[in-house]
Design a protein around this ligand. Structure first.
Ligand code: ZN
Length: 289
């Protein structure tokens, strides 16, 4: 069953996304952590152990995924991005350094954004979309995504369906995210730097994500699941992810798509809503920085 909307006849569309952050979020908290070997190995587990297992799981279940990779990670591990693409998945832009756009000025942000594009270009990767580090996009971020001709961004939370950003002549599709569909809030634990302090049961996480998927089928939404190989790549969490995908497949009305394919379908959908973030002017006398 197909139709002309972004859902293509499905009750809900599922995008499995993996942010291959590796060491970058830690190094963004301080270059000194490069000497902290437990922490560095905790992060290296993501690309080195998690990603191969995730690729095996996806191949086994026959579902596509999108891997958001910082340019620094692609540079440090040549061949990683190519391996992902060879298996039919998508590699997308996830900054160069994983420093949050909200922590940089416009000049710094542009340099970071473009440095990542140079790395992807040198590796022969065709990039269609972007996700801001920590989802902390600014207007500069959205302008860079549009200026470089990317099709989509996936950092904002203004809806639970794809929507359009920017001007009519150069629209960008937003594939919105949400904290409730992110493994970081469930599994991230590291005392220093403090990136999180939870180790939830994968059974609980599976129950929560299954309930959200069913509700999203009811409301005709985008189930945009954000995971990190250094977190979800751990054994019992991967088993839970397998069960989640099998559950979605058993429903029979959930389509799995790469973000770039969903963004193309969304762009062709004339019913898509435009939701530009409000350009708020705040009075510092009322709301000081
Ligand atoms: Zn990230």
């Amino acid at each position: 069953m197909t139709d002309a909307t972004w859902r293509g006849g499905a009750a809900a569309v599922a995008t499995l996304t993996f942010d291959v952050d590796a060491e970058t979020p830690i190094l963004a908290a301080g270059g000194k952590y490069a000497r902290h070997l437990m922490v560095m190995s905790h992060q290296a587990y993501g690309p080195d152990v998690g990603v191969p297992r995730i690729l095996e799981l996806l191949a086994d279940l026959g579902v596509p995924a999108t891997f958001f990779v910082p340019g620094w990670v692609a540079e440090q591990r040549p061949g990683l991005a190519a391996t992902i693409v060879e298996q039919g998945h998508e590699v997308a832009h996830h900054s160069y350094s994983h420093r949050a756009p909200t922590s940089m000025n416009a000049v710094e942000e542009r340099a970071d954004f473009e440095r990542a594009l140079e790395v992807f270009d040198a590796q022969g990767l065709e990039i269609a979309g972007h996700r801001a580090a920590l989802w902390e996009a600014t207007q500069t971020t959205l302008d860079l995504v549009a200026a470089h001709g990317l099709t989509y961004d996936s950092s904002l939370m203004g809806d639970d369906k794809p929507y359009l950003l920017g001007s009519d002549d150069r629209p960008v599709v937003e594939l919105p995210v949400h904290w409730s569909l992110d493994d970081w809030e469930q599994y991230a634990f590291l005392p220093s730097p403090q990136i999180g302090s939870v180790i939830e049961s994968p059974r609980k996480v599976l129950e929560m994500w299954r309930a959200e998927l069913d509700a999203m089928r009811h409301y005709r939404c985008l189930f945009n699941l954000c995971m990190h190989p250094f977190l979800t790549g751990r054994p019992s969490r991967l088993v839970a992810l397998r069960e989640l995908i099998e559950f979605a497949q058993s429903r029979g009305d959930v389509h799995f798509l790469r973000c770039r394919d969903l963004a193309d379908a969304a762009r062709a959908d004339v019913t898509l809503k435009q939701r530009n973030p409000p350009q708020l002017r705040v009075d510092p006398a009322v709301y000081p920085d």
